[in-house]
Design a protein around this ligand. Structure first.
Ligand SMILES: [Zn+2]
Length: 223
């Protein structure tokens, strides 16, 4: 994993389905990963977060049959295909790193920059920019102990997750407390017919149409 500890200008957006973080400067060398020196390089496209109405079931993955309160996805595309949209239909197109978030009794100070940004984007389609001098790093969202990781080929339905994904799930979670997690549940979904959108209480197992079609996973446990 390269450049996750570098400072970037980030855009944090409420797209009505999640909090989505992207790197603002397209010319910059992005975070990336490689399985080994002979395998393709995967470039970070976006980071987004899944959570639930309940702290008990917020993650999409479970470890030892225990779901976590929330889950961060680092979505990467194979550099060979040039862009996320070009890569997503390819069998070796995408790699998603998943980091589970488990409830702690005290706030996680490493999340302060993210929570502050989430508080600025409660309205649907709103966005905030975090400047690179704000002393935050994507590595803040990774567990310190990255020695144990589950790797498997799978698929997911929730945008911006797609089919044909190699998943890397870290065994160790990062902490978040309930007050921090509650900020995500205050985000509003898309308004319909002028009626303000409902709070996005959870976005786990969201099935949404992508490009006019409903994509469903081949794994029945995600339905
Ligand atoms: Zn996701």
């Amino acid at each position: 994993m390269n450049n996750y500890d570098k400072a970037f200008n980030m855009i944090v957006q409420n797209n009505g389905l999640s909090v989505v973080m992207t790197i603002a400067d397209s010319s910059i060398i992005r975070p990336s990963l490689q399985f080994d020196s002979n395998s393709p390089r995967y470039i970070l496209d976006n980071v987004h977060i899944h959570w639930g109405k309940s702290n008990l079931f917020g993650s999409e993955h479970s470890v030892d049959n225990e779901f976590a309160a929330a889950e961060i996805h680092f979505a990467h595309y194979n550099q060979r295909y040039g862009s996320f949209s070009q890569a997503l239909t390819q069998p070796d197109g995408l790699v998603v790193i998943a980091v589970l978030m488990s409830i702690s009794s005290t706030p996680n100070p490493n999340l302060n920059w993210l929570i502050a940004a989430v508080q600025l984007i409660t309205e649907y389609n709103s966005a905030a920019t975090i400047a690179s001098h704000s002393d935050f790093y994507l590595a803040d969202l990774l567990p310190n102990d990255r020695s144990s990781v589950f790797r498997y080929l799978g698929s997911l339905t929730t945008p911006p997750c797609y089919e044909s994904v190699t998943w890397l799930v870290f065994e160790k979670p990062i902490p978040i407390n309930t007050a921090q997690l509650e900020q995500f549940r205050l985000l509003r979904q898309k308004s319909i017919n002028g009626i303000p959108g409902h709070p996005l209480l959870g976005n786990r197992r969201y099935i949404q149409p992508i490009n006019g079609r409903t994509v469903q996973t081949s794994d029945p446990s995600y339905h």
